[in-house]
Design a binder for this molecule. Sequence first.
Ligand code: ATP
Length: 230
Amino acid sequence: ELPLIKGKVEFKDVVFEYEEGERILKNVSFSVNPGETIALVGATGSGKTTIVSLLSRFYDVSTGKIEIDGVDISTVTIPSLRKQMGVMLQDPFIFSGTIMDNIRYGRLDATDEEVIAAAKAVQAHQFISGLADGYQTEVNERGTRLSTGQRQLISFARALLADPKILILDEATSSIDTETELALQKGLETLLAGRTSFIIAHRLSTIQNANRILVIDKGKIIEEGSHNEL
Ligand code: ATP
């Protein structure tokens, strides 16, 4: 079991290959302090997704190690690790049910008030309350269609409610209307506060606001620093 973490993350000479002999990550090392926001940038195929996949143990490192608060993550159970981590994909997982249920996913004990408070905090409340049935709106293939930006707002509310110490976000690349974009930007600020966060960043505002940017190229970190430094 991974004990309750503060959120320090260290990659130590991490090498990874999906297929033997094909090194996708080549001696990746970096250290992140609790609460820091790290933006991962780099060309398609450079290894950004692979880095965050290793952190949540969708795969295990080939050599080297990843430590959280000094604990080698390969020595802890996957559920105890993932419980303390929130993962938000580009196209967030939405299941058939109400918006309320979709936000509550992962914190089934949360009250309606807690769900609404989380949605308000990440700027999702405005669009939800604009829907005919509000939080009771049924979403599925046949029900209301949500835009990518709206799905991402729901995933922000979900993550805030679950309150993990480490966050992983793959920012949406598809075009998002200005209003939703603004909500996402503000919502993200609230969500990031007090958590160690890794964002595969596509928006300039996210990159500018990150404490540090890791520039990945062909499986290596080629530059590291704040937006002003780079
Ligand atoms: P993108 O911005 O397109 O998401 P990325 O920087 O996240 O790219 P990765 O998805 O980490 O890049 O991929 C890094 C390399 O690993 C690529 O060459 C890719 O083809 C390869 N790769 C990714 N997933 C697998 C897999 N499951 N099996 C084999 N190779 C893979």
